[in-house]
Write a protein that binds this ligand. Sequence first.
Ligand code: NAP
Length: 499
Amino acid sequence: MSDNLLNVSELKNYIDGIWQNNVTDFATVINPATGKEVVKVPLSAKADVDKAVEVAKKAQKEWALEPAPMRAEILYEVGRIMKDRKEHLSQLLTLENGKVLEEARGEVQEGIDMAFYMAGEGRRLFGQTTNAELKDKFAMSVRSPIGVVGLITPWNFPIAIATWKSFPAIVAGNAVVWKPATETPIMAYELAKIFEEAGLPKGIVNVVFGSGSQVGDAMVQHPDIRVISFTGSNDTGRHIAGECGRQLKKVSLEMGGKNAVIVMDDADLDLAADGILWSAFGTSGQRCTACSRVIVHKDVKEELESLILDKMKELKIGNGLEDGIKVGPIINQAGIDKIKKYIQIGQDEGAKLIAGGNQLTGEAYGDGLFFEPTVFTDATIDMRIAQEEIFGPVVSLIPVSSFEEAIKVNNSVEYGLSSSIFTRDVNQVYRAQRDLDTGIVYVNAGTTGAEIHLPFGGTKGTGNGHRDSGVQALDVYTEWKAVYVDYSGKLQRAQIDVE
Ligand code: NAP
């Protein structure tokens, strides 16, 4: 495996079907597993966004008139090309993001699944027909595209999240201006190439690389971008929501999480420990759905703890492109610093550190950014490590005495993305799925593992009520239009001319 998986040293914006070379300012993308430069990414300006919006606006008018099944044909082709290139895309994804290759393959597969699923929507895009209240009158509601949509995506799932957003937007007849995270631009570059090869008309997807404060802000402020779909941190999301609110611009936000696995006293503890390890330390804990709290019944706490500690010995940490690695690097130094800060906070708060807690340095790790999988125990509901998103391989065990207390602790955080319960009691299963205040609930599985045909998103501080993926994503990228056809040949007044 080598670092020369990419055949270019500098990326270019993709606007109006043309690879632009006007930008002269660049940032360097670093492989977090090696510290080596991977590629340079343009730092574009507002003028590049303006240009992308202008061409998108023009192209969208034609695109919206294409029958949806024909728009969908392009997505089938996109899915086919992605499938052919799955291994190459996965390796590039590991190169720029660091997640282990097996997980990168899973992420690319999500994108492939999303392509075929959303292509199928081209032959559905269902509206509703219903009865009118007057004779000889017909009523229906249909989905209409909105126009130009702006997508702002994070570094931790650089291809999956982009497909959750762009594919429904495209099939519904919109044009897209997309700003990927500066840390991980390669997936955007590759996906733009795939759109081009699949025959997507010019201007329907435009990729503008650059920082959030320049390119992202210019998109949020642009009057002709009528929807912003954002995934990222709460601070950024709140800021964007405020700006969009002032402009009455539709905004879909998917943000942070503080997800918990609940382990009841009747659970299969071995299975629970496997689920905890996978969801707490997979992607080095840098998933919005990562498990960072384990709410455990006090009667099984000790046994669960020792199972977790035992299984952690198997976690090999290193470059995700190498065989047998289970935990890859942290995306950047700021990520490492944040994790270290929370390790200190946890200790100061009185939680007991029983595993990990250190950055891994030395010859074996070179210039890579690695952090030990870390476990705190005897944490309490009010501690910051039990409330705030750490975004690293750190999990805190919180002992509880009952099912009711477990639900209360789960729901005690500002976030509401994903939760899980391990139990063999069917009554607890159904009560939990009702009472857990999160957008996603797992039973006898960890907190990660969403499938693309179901809605993805969270309650409370995680989002603002919209969903990525699933058929529900179409609600972000379409307006509902109510259509009445009166075939009585006379004026009929609703609510008045009723018999
Ligand atoms: P982030 O710092 O908020 O960045 C996300 C995106 O927003 C990046 O493309 C960033 O650009 C851009 N951005 C930053 N400031 C902006 C501004 N003022 N205006 C417009 N755009 C701006 O988040 P992150 O650190 O990349 O991602 C990690 C966070 O995402 C975590 O909190 C995680 O939980 C969350 N996440 C949520 C989900 C979900 O579905 N709920 C999924 C994945 C991740 P640059 O970075 O290029 O400057």
